[in-house]
Ligand binder design. Structure first.
Ligand code: NAD
Ligand code: UDP
Length: 330
C-alpha cells in the first residue's frame, strides 16, 4: 500500500520561520500549501520551492475565511518584529485573534491537527527567571507591544477553548527569540540589525545600556522542535517553550557580531523602547522531557551562518544597485 502524503497548510509560510518550515515539510514528502499576504514575507523566501510539485503558494489574508482541505495546519501568520507588528497594531490583533478563529474553524471543519506559533511575549516583562510554562506573565495590556502580546494570549485562549469545547487536536509552542538566514534585513530585530550594521560598517545601535538579555535560538533547531511537537502524542498540547536557554546580554551580542564579521563598526547607544523586557530566557524542561528536544547550534555557529547569508544578500543588492548597498524598504 502506498503511503499518501500529508496535506499541510502553513500560514505565514513565506516569512522567516514559515519558509524554513515549508522547506523541511516538502523535504519530508508532505504536500505543502503556503498561505501568506506578503506583509513581511517575501516570495524570494520560497522561490526555490516554487517548482516543486509538493509545494503551492497562495496569496491570502487569514483574517478572511479560507476553504481548503488539509490534514495539518501550522498557524504562523503574524508579523513578529516590534516595528512591523506596531506599524498597524489593529491589523496585528486581527491577525492574531480573527486569524486564529478562522484557522481553528477550518481545523474543526476538516478535522485537522493545528499548531499555533505563540511567543515568549505572553510572559511580558517577566518577574520570574527562567520562564516556565506555568508562569502567567506580566503584560501591559495597553502599551505599544500589547497588540502582539495580548493578541497572542487571546489566540492561546481560543486554542484551548477549541480543544476543550470541540475536542480539536492542538499544539501550542511559545517561541523565544529565533534568528537565522531569511530574516528580513529591515525587520528591526536585534540580530538582523547588528549583522547588517556590522557588514555595512555602520554603528551598532544598542537600545538602552545593552544589559537586557535575550536567549537566541538558531532557526534549524526551532523548526526541529515544531516538527517534534506536531508529531507528539495528542495529550501533548503545550503550551510548551521552544528556545535556546543560553542567555546573552544585548551588548555581548554586539561584541560577538563585530568579532565574527571582522567589522570596524563602533557601538552607539539609542533610547530603550517602551516596555522592552529586561530579561528573557526559556525554561525548556518540558520540551526536553516530552519531545526529547533541545537546541544544538551554538550562538557563534548560528551567527556565522546568518552572517554568511546577509553578506551574500547585501553584496547581491550592492551589485544590483551599482555597488551602492541600499537596504530594501518594506
Ligand atoms: P515573519 O514576519 O517573517 O513571518 C510572518 C509571516 O506572516 C509573513 O510572511 C507575513 O507576510 C505573514 N502574515 C502576516 N499577517 C498575515 C495575515 N493576516 N495573513 C496571512 N499572512 C500574514 O515572522 P517570523 O519570525 O517568521 O514569525 C513567524 C511566527 O512565529 C509569528 O506568528 C510570530 O509571532 C512567531 N514567533 C516568532 C519569533 C521569532 O523570534 N522569529 C518569536 C516568537 C514568536
Ligand atoms: N535591540 C537593540 N538594538 C537593535 C534592535 C534591538 O539593542 O538595533 C534590543 C531591543 O531593545 C531588545 C533586544 O534587543 O532589548 C531584542 O529585540 P528584538 O526586537 O530582536 O526582539 P524582542 O524585543 O521582541 O525580544
Amino acid at each position: 500500500m502506498s503511503v499518501v502524503a500529508k496535506r499541510v497548510l502553513v500560514t505565514g509560510g513565506a516569512g522567516f520561520l514559515g519558509s524554513h518550515l515549508c522547506e523541511r515539510l516538502v523535504a519530508h514528502g508532505d504536500d505543502v500549501l503556503c498561505v501568506d499576504n506578503y506583509f513581511t514575507g517575501r516570495k524570494d523566501n520560497v522561490a526555490d520551492l516554487l517548482g516543486d510539485p509538493h509545494f503551492e503558494a497562495m496569496r491570502h489574508d487569514i483574517t478572511h475565511s479560507l476553504f481548503v482541505e488539509v490534514d495539518e495546519i501550522y498557524n504562523l501568520a503574524c508579523p513578529a518584529s516590534p516595528i512591523h507588528y506596531q506599524f498597524d497594531p489593529v491589523q496585528t490583533t486581527k491577525t492574531s485573534v480573527i486569524g486564529a478563529i478562522n484557522m481553528l474553524g477550518l481545523a474543526k471543519r476538516v478535522k485537522a491537527k493545528i499548531f499555533q506559533a505563540s511567543t515568549s511575549e505572553v510572559y511580558g516583562d517577566p518577574s520570574l527567571h527562567p520562564q516556565p510554562e506555568s508562569y502567567r506573565g506580566n503584560v501591559n495590556p495597553i502599551g505599544p507591544r500589547a497588540c502582539y502580546d495580548e493578541g497572542k494570549r487571546c489566540a492561546e485562549t481560543l486554542f484551548f477553548d477549541y480543544f476543550r469545547q470541540h475536542k480539536l487536536k492542538i499544539r501550542v509552542a511559545r517561541i523565544f527569540n529565533t534568528y537565522g538566514p531569511r530574516m528580513h534585513p529591515n525587520d528591526g530585530r536585534v540580530v538582523s540589525n547588528f549583522i547588517v550594521q556590522a557588514l555595512r560598517g555602520a554603528p551598532l545601535t544598542i537600545y538602552g545600556d545593552g544589559s537586557q538579555t535575550r536567549a537566541f535560538c538558531f532557526v534549524d533547531d526551532l523548526i526541529e522542535g515544531f516538527l517534534r511537537l506536531m508529531a507528539a502524542a495528542d495529550q501533548v498540547t503545550g503550551p510548551i517553550n521552544l528556545g535556546n536557554p543560553h542567555e546573552t546580554a544585548v551588548a555581548e551580542l554586539a561584541e560577538l557580531v563585530i568579532a565574527l564579521t571582522g567589522s570596524r563598526s563602533t557601538i552607539t547607544s539609542c533610547p530603550l523602547p517602551i516596555d522592552d523586557p529586561v530579561q528573557r530566557c526559556p525554561d525548556i524542561g518540558q520540551a526536553k522531557a516530552l519531545l526529547d528536544w533541545q537546541p544544538t547550534t551554538s550562538l557563534k555557529e548560528g551567527l556565522s551562518r546568518t552572517i554568511a547569508y546577509f553578506d551574500k544578500l547585501l553584496s547581491r543588492r550592492g551589485a544590483m544597485e551599482g555597488g551602492k548597498i541600499k537596504l530594501p524598504s518594506h
